[in-house]
Design a protein around this ligand. Structure first.
Ligand code: NAD
Ligand code: ZN
Length: 347
């Protein structure tokens, strides 16, 4: 089969590899689509290889069950679904509480094995997955629009669910970075909260996308953005700020624009450092009561909820489709900021 593999730092190659064999607790999925996340691009930029042998990338996977491991119950060949990306231990205290994304077995990094970032992922014709990571999507959803739900919906859903207390009627939510995750975040905020949504991006066309997704207002990111958000919220700030960029610039913006008792959720991997000073909060620093959370992925239950929103038409991922052969081109376009919504590979 064909697979898009990371063969060395920064090197992606389309290679012919064997179809994976499955263990007794696994499923073989015929891949219908695999999304490209900005985290994949981040992995490509690392100065070292993730693994010694070539790694098939892709953690946003949709497909059809092709074969079923001997010990798996309750699944049938031909069933359509997507893959929950936290391949957690399933038996620890956190997993049993439904907090698989912070599984104890993953140690302090709390990042359970994830397809395409350790085990082989879905940018291939077939992928082997743990049976309990399969989440059915029914017959209606298109694979290309379903695959990104596995991260581009799961991760924002989790971050938003954790800030629902702040998102009462009359509140304001800010989403920074209207790419793959951000444009879905705007739709989830619109679907499950009564907050007014303000979108922030450096690119005008991304703000147009945000408007299509339900944002009340779009603001171009520049030195005045925090002041503009304060102006729009009577000087108080936004009750929740979701940052899908995570650089120093966006962290500073979030700290300056979040309201007292507000929620700042860092999702982007930009390496930014939010300035959290311990002094009185009269100035531009973090106001009293505000919380900062570095939010990772989501729970299995968050993924089921995301799929439900998509099935009901409340969330629709905007996708640009590419053949697996054009994967490298798709990555380059993502890096140049040219993708509207999510780039998806069709093997
Ligand atoms: P993307 O490339 O699709 O979107 C990024 C968006 O941010 C683009 O629209 C871009 O124009 C905008 N942007 C860039 N710099 C900006 C700035 N200074 N101010 C405002 N907007 C800016 O990326 P994505 O796939 O949506 O991923 C977003 C981030 O989230 C990445 O850093 C990714 O690695 C990370 N991520 C984190 C998790 C997690 O669990 N924490 C999961 C998935 C992705
Ligand atoms: Zn666990």
């Amino acid at each position: 089969m064909r697979a898009l593999q990371l063969t060395g730092p920064g090197t992606l190659e389309l290679r012919e590899v064997p179809v994976p064999e499955i263990g007794p607790g696994e499923l073989l999925l015929r891949v219908g689509a695999a999304g490209i996340c900005h985290s994949d691009s981040y992995v490509l930029s690392l100065p070292f290889a993730m693994r010694e042998d070539p790694l098939t990338m892709g953690h946003e996977i949709a497909g059809t069950i092709e074969a079923i491991g001997a010990e798996v119950d309750g699944r049938v060949v031909g069933e359509r679904g997507i893959v929950y990306l936290c391949w957690s231990c399933g038996v620890c205290r956190e997993c049993l509480r439904g907090r698989e994304n912070v599984c104890l077995a993953a140690g302090r990094t709390a990042m359970p094995p994830c397809p395409g970032l350790g085990p082989d992922g879905g940018m291939a014709e077939y992928v082997a997955i743990p049976a309990n990571s399969f989440v059915p999507i029914g017959d209606e959803l298109d694979f290309a629009e379903a695959a990104p739900l596995a991260d581009a919906a799961l991760t924002p859903y989790h971050a938003i669910r954790g800030a629902l207390d702040q998102l009462q009627p009359g509140s304001t939510a800010v989403a920074i970075g209207i790419g793959g995750l951000g444009h879905v975040a705007v739709q989830i905020l619109t679907a499950i909260t009564d907050a007014r949504v303000i979108a922030v991006d450096i690119a005008r066309d991304k703000l147009d996308l945000a408007a299509d997704c339900g944002a009340a207002l779009g603001i171009t990111a520049n030195d005045d953005t925090a002041a503009r958000i304060l102006e729009l919220t009577d000087g108080r700030g936004a009750e929740a700020v979701f940052d899908f960029v995570g650089t120093d610039a966006t962290a500073t913006l979030a700290v300056r624009a979040v309201a007292p008792d507000g929620a700042y959720r860092m999702v982007g991997l930009g390496g930014g450092v939010p300035g959290i000073d311990a002094g009185p909060a009269g100035g531009p620093g973090l106001p009293w009561g505000a919380t900062v959370r570095k939010s990772y992925a989501g729970t299995r239950s968050d993924l089921h909820a995301s799929v439900e929103l998509a099935r009901r038409g409340k969330v629709r991922v905007e996708v640009e489709r590419f053949a697996l052969e054009d994967g490298r081109d798709a990555f380059e376009r993502l890096d140049r900021g040219e993708i509207r919504g999510r780039a998806v590979l069709i093997p």
